[in-house]
Write a protein that binds this ligand. Structure first.
Ligand code: NAD
Ligand code: TYD
Length: 341
């Protein structure tokens, strides 16, 4: 029997990269096609071990390039699409929103058209809890799949727009879709512009850690490997047209996260530097994952085990993040943070 073909977009990035590794190892009966533009956030060295694997293929392409995407779908006749490719950093969306609309909205629409034209049997759109906006600090309130979309940053607004297009293609054309909305991920290969890897790399080098505002904003942290098993489940068992929230009830203030990393690395909390708050900074995110749990998903990490393993991974894989920090990243960091850093 012919192998099923899965197109994974954004498989050179953080979550897509972990998902590609999960799928290539677990399903030899699938051919995994990793499509990625290799922007600043994409790198293929994470898949070096896979170059010899027969069921792994890489395609360099821009999801917003309609002609290239249509030709590819015509040629490869994919069965499934799992769509991660996106501009993903809130701070970059505040300084340069346009590329977020091009990639996240137009790029998604191009993929939806290609999927529709070529009879894809499942299109999983990987979204974020940030589309729901922010919660207050009442620990009894959570985002459910029924929470209205109320995005606050250009990033989350672009993701909410893409979510609505995905839903519209289900309602209008019957395209078999699912949308997953996950809380903040952490784990191996997380790009060091995001809070956890940024903190690990800077504390390791005895550099100050910029904490926005008073550090009391809350995020709900999920290990990337638990996110991958959730998407795998939705791909195979998700009911067409449904949205699934993904989260493991690991709420922490940013200050708690930073202090945990500092203490694990045996460094001083004097490294914490409170800086000007992010514009439109969402107060709190927290997910109710009941619907996905009913489908059969259970996370395997809690924050304590997950963060300890992640810190160890960064210590063991210094060459991966050091090579990122030495390039274009320096310019980004200087522009994003004041010169005292
Ligand atoms: P990332 O920034 O690490 O990776 C994005 C990948 O997409 C990169 O490899 C990049 O090269 C690629 N890409 C960007 N523009 C492209 C284009 N035009 N064409 C093809 N490829 C392109 O992002 P991530 O953190 O891995 O997030 C993946 C997805 O998960 C995103 O859709 C994001 O919105 C969503 N998400 C992320 C989190 C999180 O905590 N990081 C949480 C929930 C949902
Ligand atoms: P981030 O990792 O950018 O993810 P998101 O904005 O998608 O939640 O940020 C996580 C939290 O950490 C968020 O509340 C902003 C805060 N933060 C800082 O305090 N300092 C930083 O340098 C960064 C990048 C984030």
């Amino acid at each position: 029997m012919k192998n099923k073909k899965i197109l994974v977009t954004g498989g050179a990035g953080f979550i897509g990269g972990n998902f590609v590794q999960h799928m290539v190892k677990k399903y030899t009966e699938y051919d995994i096609y990793n499509l990625d533009l290799l922007t600043y956030a994409g790198d293929l060295t994470k898949h070096n071990d896979f170059e010899e694997k027969k069921n792994y293929h890489f395609i360099k392409a821009d999801i917003a390039n309609r002609k290239a995407i249509m030709e590819l779908f015509e040629k490869e006749k994919f069965d499934f699409v799992v769509h991660f490719a996106a501009e993903s950093h809130v701070d970059r969306s505040i300084t340069n929103p346009e590329i977020f609309v091009v990639t996240n909205v137009l790029g998604t629409q191009v993929l939806l058209d290609a999927a529709r034209e070529h009879g894809i049997t499942k299109f999983v759109h990987v979204s974020t809890d940030e589309v729901y906006g922010e919660l207050d600090f009442n620990p009894e309130t959570f985002f459910t799949e029924q929470t209205p979309l109320q995005p606050n940053s250009p990033y989350s607004a672009s993701k909410a727009s893409s979510d609505m297009l995905v839903s519209a293609y289900y309602e209008t054309y019957n395209l078999p879709i699912n949308i997953t909305r996950c809380s903040n991920n952490y784990g191996p290969y997380h790009f060091p512009e995001k809070l956890i890897p940024l903190t690990i790399s800077r504390v390791f080098n005895d550099q100050k850690v910029p904490v926005y505002g008073d550090g009391k904003n809350i995020r709900d942290w999920l290990h990337v490997k638990d996110h991958c098993t959730a998407i795998d489940l939705v791909l195979h068992e998700g009911l067409d047209g449904e949205v699934y929230n993904v989260g493991g009830h690991n709420e922490r203030t940013n200050l708690e996260v930073v202090k945990t990393i500092i203490n694990t690395l045996g460094k001083s909390e004097d490294l914490i530097e409170f800086v000007e708050d992010r514009l439109g900074h969402d107060k709190r995110y927290a997910i109710d994952p009941t619907k996905l749990e009913k489908l059969g998903w259970k996370p395997t990490y809690n924050f304590e085990t997950g963060i300890a393993q992640t810190i160890q991974w960064y210590l063991d894989n210094k060459q991966w993040w050091e090579q990122i920090l030495s390039g274009e990243y320096q310019k980004y960091f200087k522009e994003q943070y004041s010169s005292e850093f």
